[in-house]
Design a protein around this ligand. Structure first.
Ligand code: FA5
Length: 340
């Protein structure tokens, strides 16, 4: 029990040794389990009329040699007790704060576990399929330069093909050539600019378009881009790679169909559809890298050829999981997210 102030004075008057005082102070401090009791301990031992103060005062009556020895050990005791006191006050404050903030009568609940977002799961599955075919996964900037998003991809400023991508420009007084990338294709230009062939990469990432949303269109969504450049790459390589990809993602007996399509950065260009319950569903755009795009990156287009493709993982996940509205992916509704 802590000793009230007057008891402390009384104790020293009865001639207490430093050791006795130490034992009493430590025991009393150990049992002081609230801020109030700690304060009472402080007054009783360390206060102006406290036991330690009284002991220090009493040293004056000793002869000089005894006073030196007893004085040193009493001062040491004072430092020790001050330190112990401070520790106990901190302990007591944090445990009182804890008791105040936790309702200890509430029954335990199982913590809910997080998981990977459905888009991330689909992206990982797609990139893994290509990784196993020798493609490396890389990433690129979402805030992009017009040069990479359009110019180097054979889409000059005045070309109507730009209308195919409704662009969100980043409004900046000093720059008028910065945008949120409308597709992951700028990474074709960036990768070729920074590396020599052979190249085999897949690039997952977020894209943004100034589009009104509906069940199959979001204004922000993911794409996975692919690029392979080397000597002697042909359209057969494109078809073989994408066919193998479709088998890995949609099952071994999946039928695929290629049809002509136009993208300014490929020639010829195609779209690939898969047979889904008897219907052809388009899942990606692709083609042989346009010679101009190779040359813009400094490659010799008479020596190197390549193919590129781009697909939307949310649309692929919608197909596989029978999701009827793409907007579920970004609405943060746990009833949707926890189904994956
Ligand atoms: C492109 O963006 C081309 N860069 C693809 C490409 C790459 C072609 C390389 C040739 C060579 P497209 O606009 O069709 O093409 O978009 C590709 C895929 O992104 C679509 O098939 C679709 O899955 C997805 N996508 C496009 N717009 C949206 C949207 N608003 N919401 C959700 N997904 C979208």
């Amino acid at each position: 029990m802590p000793l009230p102030n007057d008891q402390g004075v009384q104790a020293i008057q009865t001639g207490e040794s430093v050791e006795e005082l130490k034992a009493a102070a430590v025991a009393s401090l150990d049992s002081a389990d609230s801020i109030e009791l700690l304060e009472s301990w402080r007054v009783g031992f360390m206060g102006r009329k406290g036991r330690l103060t009284a002991l220090l005062r009493g040293l004056g009556s000793l002869d000089i040699e005894e006073r030196k020895i007893a004085g040193a050990s009493a001062n040491k005791l004072r430092s020790e007790l001050e330190l112990l006191f401070e520790e106990r006050v901190n302990q007591s404050k944090s445990s009182e704060a804890l008791v105040g903030s936790i309702d200890i009568s509430l029954p335990g609940r199982r913590p809910s576990l997080g998981g990977l977002h459905p888009s991330t799961q689909m992206i990982r599955e797609i990139t893994q399929a290509f990784n196993e075919m020798g493609f490396q996964t890389i990433e690129g900037p979402e805030v992009e330069l017009e040069k990479y998003n359009f110019d180097m991809l054979n889409i000059p400023a005045d070309h109507p093909a730009r209308d195919q991508w409704d662009t969100i420009w980043v409004d900046d007084d000093t720059h008028n050539d910065i945008l949120l990338r409308t597709h992951t294709s700028p990474m074709q230009a960036r990768t070729m600019e920074a590396n020599d062939p052979p190249i085999r990469v897949v690039v997952p990432g977020k894209c943004y378009r100034y589009e009104s949303t509906d069940a199959t269109h979001e204004w922000h969504f993911n794409q996975v881009e692919g690029l392979a450049v080397d000597e002697g790459i042909t359209f057969a390589d494109l078809k073989g790679t994408l066919y193998e990809f479709a088998r890995r993602i949609f099952g071994p007996h999946r039928k695929v169909r290629f049809r002509c399509d136009f993208f300014p950065f490929v020639e010829p260009g195609v779209d690939m559809s898969i047979d889904w319950n008897g219907k052809w569903i388009e899942i990606l755009g692709a083609g042989m890298v346009h010679p101009k795009v190779l040359e813009n990156a400094g490659y010799d287009s008479t020596k190197y050829t390549g193919f590129a493709f781009g697909m939307g993982p949310e649309r692929i996940s919608m197909l596989r999981n029978e999701i009827t509205d793409i907007r579920h992916f970004f609405s943060n509704d746990l009833r949707f997210l926890t189904q994956f």
